[in-house]
Design a protein around this ligand. Structure first.
Ligand code: SAM
Length: 237
């Protein structure tokens, strides 16, 4: 379903959060950061704004999403790889583990992603990551309906959160799409399995790989009005 990403989640909708992340990064760093490694960069929608402030290298496991990112941001570097094990020659000032981190399904995978961040960072650099769901704040059957229009396309999609087993470390996000291309209706269905851990687990794992973690708060006026998410900043000594 990568092709629908620019219609479903347009790059302009990420400007506010990318500017928020930029300010946060600059406020936490002791020197002026120039380079960001974005693990799980998807279609490069956040990168479109981040690149005004930093040099961006994006990594994603999906070739189709990387193709979108390259098309949107031809001046950025994009590399196909897995956030659990990719090691690049260059070391970066900042590693961003944003919404792609939700696909880490076990503590082992989450820790592996943090190890990747640590290995690819300069000394004095930071990792920045956002905790979208925790077992204690999860809302069973939360449902959002959204509408978007693009060129010759109208899209309505339903996003539904469900945890079939609250005792394990995963939950489901299900998408149902009503797609009208030139008024002709098709429907699609997509099930995403995501990981869910308490903030204390994220902090413990960050410490175990060598980061000194600090917590801040993320808010978004349009994407999640009234909701707050913990942001974790890990300092590499
Ligand atoms: C919601 S999308 C990110 C969208 C992105 N914020 C943007 O600006 O377009 C999540 C991404 O995480 C990627 N992903 C999932 N597991 C991954 C892994 N193990 N390594 C790298 N990328 C991964 C997916 O392929 C997907 O593109």
């Amino acid at each position: 379903m990568a092709w629908i990403w620019p219609t479903m989640s347009p790059p302009a909708e990420y400007i506010e959060e990318a500017e928020f992340l930029t300010n946060l990064i600059k406020s936490y760093m002791t020197y002026s950061p120039k380079t960001i490694l974005h693990l799980g960069c998807g279609g490069g929608h956040i990168d479109m704004t981040l690149k005004k402030h930093f040099e961006i290298t994006g990594v994603d496991i999906s070739k189709n999403m990387l193709d979108l990112a390259k098309k949107l941001n031809p001046d950025n570097s994009y590399v196909r790889g897995d956030m659990r094990n990719i090691r690049l020659e260059e070391k970066f000032d900042v590693v961003l583990l944003y919404d792609g981190i939700n696909y880490m399904l076990s503590e082992r995978d989450l820790k592996a992603a943090f190890e990747t961040a640590h290995a690819n960072l300069k000394d004095g650099g930071i990792v920045l990551t956002v905790v979208e769901e925790t077992p204690s704040s999860f809302q069973q059957n939360k449902t959002h309906v959204s509408h978007r229009t693009g060129e010759n396309i109208e899209l309505t999609y339903i996003e539904h959160w469900y945890d079939p087993d609250p005792d394990d470390s995963t939950y489901e996000t299900t998408f149902v799409y009503l797609i009208r291309k030139n008024k002709k209706l098709t429907t699609e269905f997509d099930l995403h399995i995501c990981g869910i851990f308490e903030v204390e687990v994220w902090e413990r794992l960050l410490k175990e790989v060598g980061f000194r973690p600090k917590q801040d708060t993320f808010t978004h006026s349009t994407f999640a009005p009234g909701e707050e998410y913990p942001i974790l900043i890990g300092f590499k000594k």
